[in-house]
Design a protein around this ligand. Structure first.
Ligand SMILES: [Fe+2]
Ligand SMILES: [Fe+2]
Length: 255
């Protein structure tokens, strides 16, 4: 009898993703400044500018938009929070799935699909955190316990409560990604006003945030389609989870 509702690749995948994040954590905790993002730092601009600058308009390369300290701090916090959030998402689905598919086997493909996407998101942010030497949240172990408990307890309450958990989490996470997308778009507009352009990697990150936001909102739609609104008691459950998500985001931005 399998220990998990997922295929073997899933049962092996999550520990590997977590190991990657923790290895990254050990490595990055030695970095003295939490706001140094190599590709965004002014010191990295000069020698890369010509190679990366666009030649789309009349062959004239546009100067690179240099992020301020506050903007680099924003990216630092954003990537730290996103990694923590995606870890939590994989753990919620891992804890929910055995109970849900036992009673509702037809939901196995949906739970697997959502887990697969979350594992992909976590892998993306593990890679970015490691690449840009960002300090992962010190709350990582606490979020692991909290997310597993949240997944297990909502699934114990039933399918509707499990789906209400997804609805609540994705509402907060979707809007969180939206805030990040909006912020980077405001930098892009600022760059355009100055006749500059964003670093290619920042543009790529913007596209990644948009794709992941859309996938989170797809999960929200799946939850509503699977009776999240029928959870009892719906309002207190969703309110508490949404409050918890907002608190975890705020804490992970700083700690
Ligand atoms: Fe996700
Ligand atoms: Fe999600």
């Amino acid at each position: 009898m399998p220990a998990s509702p997922y295929s073997q690749s899933h049962t092996m995948g999550l520990p590997i993703l977590r190991q990657c994040a923790l290895t990254s954590s050990r490595r990055t905790l030695k970095v003295p400044s939490p706001v140094f993002l190599d590709f965004l730092a002014p010191s990295a601009i000069g020698h890369k500018q010509c190679r990366n600058a666009s030649t789309a308009t009349g062959g004239e390369p546009k100067p690179r938009y240099v992020l301020s300290k506050e903007q680099r701090e924003f990216m630092d916090s954003a990537l730290r929070v996103n990694q923590a959030g995606e870890l939590a998402a994989t753990l919620i689905y891992t804890a929910q799935t055995p109970q849900i598919v036992r009673s509702y086997p037809h939901l196995r493909p949906l739970m697997k699909h959502m887990y697969d996407q979350e594992a992909g998101h976590l892998k993306t942010f593990n890679g970015l955190i490691q690449k840009h030497q960002i300090r992962p949240t010190a709350m990582y172990p606490a979020w692991e316990v909290a997310a597993t408990f949240l997944g297990w307890s909502t699934a114990a309450l039933g399918r509707e409560a499990a789906m209400a958990c997804t609805e609540a989490v994705e509402t907060e996470i979707g809007s969180h990604y939206n805030d990040q997308v909006r912020e980077i778009l405001s930098w892009e507009a600022d760059a355009a006003r100055r006749g500059e352009e964003l670093d290619d990697e920042l543009k790529e990150m913007l596209a990644t945030f948009r794709r992941i936001r859309d996938e989170e909102l797809e999960h929200l739609d799946h939850a509503v389609a699977n009776d999240s609104k029928e959870a009892k008691p719906y309002d207190p459950l969703v309110d508490v989870i949404r409050f918890g998500c907002r608190a975890a985001i705020k804490i992970s931005e700083k700690i």
